[in-house]
Design a protein around this ligand. Structure first.
Ligand SMILES: Cc1cc2nc3c(=O)[nH]c(=O)nc-3n(C[C@H](O)[C@H](O)[C@H](O)COP(=O)(O)O)c2cc1C
Length: 334
C-alpha cells in the first residue's frame, strides 16, 4: 500500500494536482470515486506570504477529502520555507508537496517549478530547509528533467530522499516536452530503483490497464492520474476496481455523467458563487461530454453558459435527445 511518512492511503491511486481543476469541488468527487490520495492545485509561496485572499482560500481542505496533499511553488528557499510553515500550522492538509514540474515560462523564469530540476544540490538545500521547519511530511512532484540533455531524475530524487523528503512523484516528461510526446516510464523505473522513499509514477496513465502496468512493470508505489480523470472521475473508480479485482467496469451512462457534472457544479457554486462557478464549469462540461455522440452540437452553447439553469437545461435536453436516439436504435436492432 502507499504510505507517505505516517499517512497511509487506502489504495495506490492518486489524483494529480491540476491548476484550475483540483479545488475542493473536484477533489471531493475524486475522493468519493475512491482516490487513495488527492492533490490540490499549486499555490504560490509568495501569494501565501502576502496573505493574498484567493491563494489563502485555495488552502481550504474539507475533512472528507483527507488524506490530501497541498502543493506550493516558488523559486527561493526562504519563501518556500515560510510558506510551508504557514501550510503546516494553518491547514489540515496531510502532506506538503513542492512543485518541481511546472513547465510554464511565467513560473520557470522565477526559478520555480521545473527550473529546480537543473540542480540537485539546490534541491537538497531547499528540501532539507523545509523538512527541518515543518511537522507534516514533505514530498516533491517533479518531471524527469529539463530537456533531453539534462535528465537528472535519479540525482534529484536522491537529493529529495537525503534531505528528508517523504516521497517523490515523477512525471515521465521533460520540461521542454510540456505535455507533448510520450512519458518515459523507464526513467521512472530508474528512480524507483535508486531511492528507498515511495515513488509515485505519473504520465500517460489513460486506462485502468495502464495503471496496472505502471504498478507492475515499473514497480512504483503509487500511480498518479491527471488528464484521464478530467470530466471522468469514473476513471479513478474503474482503476481501483480493476487493480483490486481484474474486472473492467463499464463506462458510465451519459445521464450518470451529467448527474455528476451537476454535483460538481453545485459544489463549485458553493465555493465560488454562481457567476465564477458557471464560467469555470464550461471547460468541465466539455470534458464530461467527451466521447458522447453529437456533443459537438452543444459546444457553442457550453461556451455561453452564464447560469446554473443554462447548464442544467442544455445538458439534460442534450441527454434526453441522446437517450431517445439510443432507444430508437436498440428498438430497430430488436
Ligand atoms: C490542467 C492541468 C493543470 C495542471 N496543474 C498542475 C499543478 O498545479 N501542479 C503540478 O504539479 N502539476 C500540474 N499538472 C500536471 C499533472 O499533475 C500531471 O503531472 C500531468 O498532467 C501528467 O499526467 P497525466 O498524463 O496523467 O495527465 C497539470 C496538468 C494539467 C493538464
Amino acid at each position: 500500500m502507499l504510505k507517505i511518512g505516517p499517512i497511509e492511503m487506502k489504495n495506490q491511486v492518486v489524483l494529480a494536482p491540476m491548476a484550475g481543476v483540483c479545488n475542493p469541488a473536484f477533489r471531493l468527487i475524486a475522493k468519493e470515486f475512491g482516490a487513495g490520495l488527492v492533490c490540490a492545485e499549486m499555490v504560490s509561496d509568495k501569494a501565501i506570504l502576502h496573505k493574498n485572499e484567493k491563494s489563502l482560500s485555495m488552502l481550504y481542505v474539507d475533512e472528507r477529502e483527507k488524506p490530501l496533499s497541498l502543493q506550493i511553488f516558488g523559486g527561493e528557499k526562504e519563501t518556500l520555507v515560510e510558506a510551508a510553515k504557514f501550510v503546516d500550522k494553518n491547514t489540515n492538509a496531510d502532506i506538503i508537496d513542492i512543485n518541481m514540474g511546472c513547465p510554464v515560462p511565467k513560473i520557470t523564469k522565477c526559478d520555480a517549478g521545473a527550473r529546480w530540476l537543473l540542480d540537485p544540490n539546490k534541491i537538497y538545500d531547499m528540501v532539507s530547509a523545509v523538512v527541518d521547519e515543518v511537522d507534516k511530511p514533505v514530498t516533491v512532484k517533479m518531471r524527469i528533467g529539463w530537456d533531453e540533455e539534462h535528465i537528472y531524475a535519479v540525482e534529484n530524487a536522491q537529493a529529495v530522499e537525503r534531505a528528508g523528503g517523504a516521497a517523490v512523484a515523477v512525471h515521465g516528461r521533460t520540461r521542454v516536452q510540456m505535455y507533448e510526446g510520450t512519458a518515459d516510464w523507464n526513467i521512472i523505473r530508474e528512480v524507483k530503483q535508486a531511492v528507498g522513499i515511495p515513488v509515485i509514477g505519473n504520465g500517460d496513465v489513460k486506462t485502468p490497464q495502464d495503471a496496472k502496468r505502471m504498478l507492475d512493470e515499473i514497480g512504483v508505489d503509487g500511480v498518479m492520474i491527471g488528464r484521464a480523470a478530467l470530466g471522468n472521475p469514473w476513471m479513478l473508480y474503474r482503476t481501483i476496481h480493476y487493480l483490486e479485482t481484474a474486472e473492467l467496469l463499464p463506462d458510465p451512462t451519459p445521464r450518470e455523467k451529467i448527474d455528476v457534472c451537476m454535483i460538481h457544479l453545485d459544489r463549485l457554486i458553493k465555493l465560488k458563487g454562481e457567476n465564477v462557478a458557471v464560467r469555470e464549469m464550461r471547460k468541465h462540461a466539455a470534458w464530461y461530454l467527451k466521447g458522447l455522440r453529437g456533443n459537438g452540437k452543444i459546444r457553442d452553447q457550453i461556451n455561453q453558459f452564464e447560469t446554473r439553469e443554462d447548464v442544467s437545461s442544455t445538458l439534460y435536453a442534450y441527454i434526453e435527445e441522446l437517450e431517445a436516439k439510443m432507444a430508437e436504435k436498440s428498438a430497430s436492432v430488436v
